[in-house]
Design a protein around this ligand. Structure first.
Ligand code: ZN
Length: 169
């Protein structure tokens, strides 16, 4: 089934979801033509599959990152993906205020815990993997939106280029 990831805070559209059978990212699941809704700048989704004893099962775990103008990619290692790390940091409030984008933006989606509070079963659910292993899946996912999402993407790219450039100095 399609699990919803994030609705647009401006117009309420379901901007992104995941197909929990195919383990695929689905942009704008309701209209299905692969085109993003107008306010969407970024989507970050983390799906983590756990055994009963809370061990991560890589077969059922994915991190997807969608960027307006670029599309979706899988992020196997967040430490090597500074843009994805920064975007998820803004959404989870890990980044300090000064490093947030200056342009107007809003955040959609929620952590697994937030989803569970709103609707039990939406942030944590059972999955049957193709290998027939049964796991518990934890779904965190956010979208970043703005009235001018292209400008927002450009601003965030510039900012991340500066901070990652500075790391090597
Ligand atoms: Zn919208």
């Amino acid at each position: 089934m399609i699990r919803s990831v994030s609705h647009c805070p401006y117009c309420g559209h379901l901007s992104a979801g995941i197909d929990d059978k195919q383990l695929e990212f689905v942009l704008a699941p309701d209209h299905g033509d692969g085109q993003p809704y107008p306010h969407l700048a970024f989507v970050w989704v983390g799906l983590h599959a756990l055994t009963r004893s809370c061990r991560i099962v890589s077969e059922g775990s994915r991190v997807w990152f969608w960027i307006r103008g670029e599309g979706t990619k899988l992020v196997p290692d967040m430490r090597k993906a500074p843009l994805a790390e920064y975007v998820s940091g803004i959404c989870c409030d890990d980044e300090v205020e000064e490093s947030h984008p200056q342009g107007e933006y809003r955040i959609g989606g929620a952590s697994a815990g937030g989803r569970e509070e709103e609707r039990p079963g939406s942030g944590e659910f059972h999955l049957h993997l193709p290998s027939s292993q049964r796991v518990v899946a934890i779904l965190d996912g956010y979208g970043i939106y703005g009235p001018d999402p292209d400008a927002l993407v450009a601003e965030v790219r510039r900012f991340v280029a500066v901070i990652t450039g500075a790391v090597g100095d």
